[in-house]
Design a binder for this molecule. Structure first.
Ligand code: NAD
Length: 553
């Protein structure tokens, strides 16, 4: 039985043993589509997160997808072009059930303005990373990534944790909403600014954010007290980051860590310029796009100048993947890229070993299935500190949203071993239903994004998009259930290409074969991508785990 969803009553959370589709594989993908809407930011408009990241092009397309998933046989494949179903072709039962291409625009045309025009004509939609591919699991999807970034900084600069440290950030949206909880888990006193009171309230309601301060003075007093007492605390503040950051700097306060996760990548549908209300911005989105873009960019310039000011005074400042430096540079801040990107600064050694944001969803809707897999993880990887630490923390702190799910940064071989064991637990009835395995697109072999994932690659291969394309083709021939190629939309147009994958553990021998091939090959490609770029950690992983990389010369 689906569960009531108090946040979005029209979008119940799927679950239960009854199938509406002809098999669990199809039913799983249908549930994942329902799930991304149930946890989405604006499901009435099919928006899941990141301002414009949609689950389907429009409601007619959504209806067509649901009908196809419900009626299709296992020897068919549903083709989806930018959120719209276009055909149900005859394939075979080892082929993917769904193949998607979302928002891929030819190079010279891939600009935000072209995207908005194509979107206005109803010809395209942006899938975000995991929104259009029905893999989003709420804010938990980025929480471990954000936590790992904080912990890497803590290890390097603050003696291993963030107790007694002040983190300043902004953005409490679909992804940014993970920041207050990740910060608190790392021990910090974290201040999160968002212009939209509703977003702050929502994060508080679901347990990600503890307090909402009535004004800046109170917010800073709460943070100051927590820092002095070395007490973890998350505080939200409703305001514009382009005003609040410079004001904090003006007062001579220097946070220990500064970042930002507003939707700065999109100057029209994401970022809110200072001095404008949310309703003024909404009005301008249709017929004042030029004005809005200029105003957003001008605010981002002030926002980033304050970040650079903090950096000069000693704060650890980083870009958390929202293109804010790129926008500021275009607005004239020549040294915006003095701020490092989180991937290059903190996480690349993990990606070299294809350790990244792997996740799974309990299609039964039962939290006990996730708890059982948590136990399994602790049993299987007792020496993996990242995992054991994370699972213990996640169990205590991370509330479920939508279908119960878990993210855990596992690497090559580990993902396959876990998923195959889980498939056995599904087969034996120890779990109440099948489990869907997926990952963020921001994964080792899966993304080319020269201002985020692949910035500053050792061999200069930052802008080469062959890797995600190879990944997608490889995953189709490795029997994955859903394979997608996404490119950037809105402000991300022209900036990135990524590949997504989902595989369903339904307890069958066929699922075991699919999980084995698809997960092993996906992470092997991740290691090969970094080995090919000359990273020692990746070459070490090739040797240690017998990755089939062909080394020339
Ligand atoms: P979202 O659109 O759901 O939320 C953005 C939030 O920013 C909103 O709550 C909005 O009110 C707030 N905001 C906008 N302008 C503001 C301003 N001037 N001052 C204060 N608040 C403002 O987006 P999201 O899904 O949370 O993603 C945020 C950004 O992070 C996006 O650019 C996204 O692409 C990026 N992102 C990065 C990663 C990563 O791996 N690091 C992962 C996911 C998303």
């Amino acid at each position: 039985m689906p569960k009531a969803n108090p946040r979005h009553p029209k979008f119940p959370i799927p679950g239960g043993p009854e199938l509406r589709a002809k098999g669990w594989r199809q039913e799983a993908l249908l549930r994942l589509l329902e799930n991304v809407l149930s946890v989405g930011e604006d499901p009435d408009n099919l928006v899941v997160y990141a301002a414009l990241g949609k689950a389907a092009r429009n409601w007619a397309a959504h209806k067509g997808i649901v009908k196809a998933l419900t009626e299709m046989d296992e020897n068919q494949t549903l083709l989806i072009q930018s959120g719209k179903p276009i055909g149900l072709i005859r394939t075979h039962d080892k082929a993917p059930l769904v193949i998607m291409a979302n928002c891929n625009i030819v190079g010279q045309w891939a600009k935000a303005e072209v995207f908005y025009e194509l979107q206005r004509k109803g010809l395209i939609c942006w899938g975000g990373l995991t929104a259009g591919a029905w893999q989003y699991i709420g804010s938990q999807g980025v929480i471990q990534g954000t936590y790992e970034i904080f912990m890497r900084i803590a290890e390097r600069r603050f003696g291993g944790d963030l107790f007694g440290r002040f983190v300043l950030t902004a953005g409490l949206g679909g992804m940014g909403g993970a920041q207050p909880l990740a910060g608190r888990m790392a021990g910090a006193a974290i201040l999160c600014v968002d212009i939209d009171a509703e977003r702050a309230r929502k994060r508080q309601e679901i347990g990600y954010l503890q307090e909402i301060a009535p004004d800046l003075d109170s917010a800073l007093a709460m943070i100051d007290a927590a820092v002095k007492e070395k007490r973890a605390l998350s505080v939200g503040l409703v305001g514009n980051a382009a005003e609040i950051y410079p004001e904090i700097a003006r007062r001579g306060i220097v946070p220990d860590i500064v970042t930002d996760q507003t939707s700065a990548h999109d100057l029209v549908y994401g970022y809110v310029p200072k001095g404008m209300s949310l309703s003024q911005v909404k009005d301008l989105r249709d017929d004042g796009q030029g004005q809005l873009m200029a105003a957003s960019r001008a605010s981002i310039v002030e926002h980033v100048k304050a970040m650079l000011d903090f950096q000069k005074k000693g704060s650890e400042v980083f870009d958390n993947g929202n293109l804010i430096r790129t926008q500021a540079k275009e607005g004239g801040v020549a040294n915006a890229f003095d701020i490092p990107i989180f991937t290059e600064a903190y996480l690349r050694p993990l990606f070299c070993r294809a350790i990244g944001p792997f996740r799974w969803m309990a299609l039964s809707g039962e939290e006990s299935d996730i708890a059982r897999i948590d136990d399994l993880l602790l049993d299987m990887f007792p020496d993996n500190k990242i995992i054991t630490n994370w699972i213990k923390l996640a169990r205590e702190h991370v509330p479920f949203e939508g279908l119960p799910a878990r993210i855990a940064w596992l690497g090559h071989g580990e993902r396959t071993a876990l998923a195959r064991r889980v498939n056995e637990l599904v087969a034996s009835g120890e779990l109440k239903g099948p489990i869907a395995f997926s990952r963020d697109h921001l994964d080792a072999g899966a993304m080319a994004h020269p201002n985020i994932m692949t910035e500053g690659m050792k061999d200069g291969s930052d802008a080469i998009a062959d890797w995600p394309l190879i990944d997608a083709m490889m995953l189709c021939s490795s029997m994955a259930d859903l394979v997608v190629v996404h490119s950037g939309g809105g402000g991300y147009a022209g900036y990135m290409t990524s590949c997504g994958v989902t595989i369903v553990a339904d307890g069958t021998a066929a699922a075991d074969e699919r999980l084995d091939h698809a997960l092993t090959n996906d992470t092997a490609l991740g290691v090969m991508r970094y080995a090919d770029a000359g990273y020692e950690e990746a070459l070490d992983e090739v040797a240690k785990k017998d990755v089939p990389y062909i080394r020339l010369g």
